[in-house]
Design a protein around this ligand. Structure first.
Ligand SMILES: Nc1ncnc2c1ncn2[C@@H]1O[C@H](COP(=O)(O)OP(=O)(O)OP(=O)(O)O)[C@@H](O)[C@H]1O
Length: 294
């Protein structure tokens, strides 16, 4: 569904240039629900904006559902935003109008012209997100979790193929957040929607099978849930960063480059080194501080 190859995004302001994406590679399969995790400033929102057609990459290749995003005209990009992709933002003000009812909020972005059909579809969507009993309540009368479910109904209004969620549970308590994640999982399973969730919350991210970590505008590692079709505890690398639910793999690009986790380098005293020693030992590649020459 999504292929990012060597994606670069440079923001130019009056006197500085920020390279928010520095050659990012990412593949998301059709019908997959995955999470992207990273610290503040790592490039998550920048990537989401590219995927949503809100901004264009400076270099590299981005294809979504077979569409080469760089080749789209402004008009085609507007159509892509309205018809192919749905957004859920953490900031509710970006999704919702408080003085309108749930149904009216869901009707706003709809491309249908027939008022009756609009109304029917809005009700159907609100029922699908478990809000059939709140259709005529104004948004300000709903709880945070209910409001976020309205936002999800809105994002589905134009039957998107790809759903992008930026910290979708950021403003919710643990229980409500679990309900919203459950709903996203259900939509993924029932409608085959491809869902990309961006978050800095590892616990939230781990509720999905695959979590890709971004560091300095590049994918650095990937966590894949144990005991599913992708991997099993037995096939997990013995030395890998692992926990109860997911196994962490370092991402390697075509040139064989990997990003060594900072705490690994620290552990062997090579944190600020500009080179390290690599040795091939039987079936292992061993990384040593450069001054370890014997
Ligand atoms: N419009 C912009 N103009 C200039 N620099 C920008 C712009 N948007 C983002 N940046 C910079 O690009 C880098 C990546 O930002 P981005 O918002 O993608 O990070 P993030 O991982 O989403 O962070 P957060 O979790 O805090 O939202 C940061 O250094 C940021 O300051």
């Amino acid at each position: 569904m999504i292929t990012c190859e060597n994606l670069v995004k440079i923001y130019k302001t009056a006197d500085i240039e920020v390279m928010a994406l520095q050659g990012l590679n990412l593949q998301v399969e059709q019908g997959e629900m995955m999470a992207i995790i990273g610290n503040s400033g790592s490039g998550k929102s920048t990537l989401l904006n590219m995927l949503g057609g809100l901004d264009r990459p400076s270099a590299g290749r981005l294809t979504i559902g077979g569409i080469d995003m760089q080749k789209l005209t402004d008009k085609e990009l507007t159509r892509y935003k309205r018809e192919t992709v749905g957004f859920i933002w953490q900031n509710k003000a970006r999704n919702l109008i408080p003085y309108l009812t749930a149904r009216e909020n869901v009707e706003i972005p709809m491309l249908l012209h027939d008022r009756k059909k609009k109304r029917e579809r809005a009700i159907e969507l609100l029922e699908a997100v478990g809000l059939g009993h709140r259709i005529n309540n104004r948004l300000e009368q709903l709880s945070g979790g209910e409001q976020q479910r309205v936002a999800i109904a809105i994002s589905l209004a134009n039957r998107p193929k790809l759903l992008l969620a930026d910290e979708p549970t950021g403003a919710l308590d643990t229980r409500t957040s679990a309900q919203v994640m459950g709903l996203l999982r259900k939509l993924n399973a029932d409608l085959g929607l491809t869902i990309v969730i961006v978050t800095h919350d590892l616990d939230l991210a781990k509720q999905v099978k695959r979590v890709v970590a971004i560091r300095d505008g590049r994918t650095s590692s990937e966590m894949i849930r144990r005991q599913d079709e992708y991997t099993t505890a037995e096939s997990a690398p013995a030395d890998g960063e692992a926990d109860d639910t997911h196994v962490e793999y370092a991402v390697m690009d075509r040139a064989g480059r990997i990003q060594v986790p900072e705490h690994y380098l620290e552990a062997v005293g090579a944190k600020n080194a500009d080179k390290v020693l690599l040795r091939l030992e039987d079936d292992k590649i061993v990384l040593l501080p450069a001054d370890n020459v014997k």
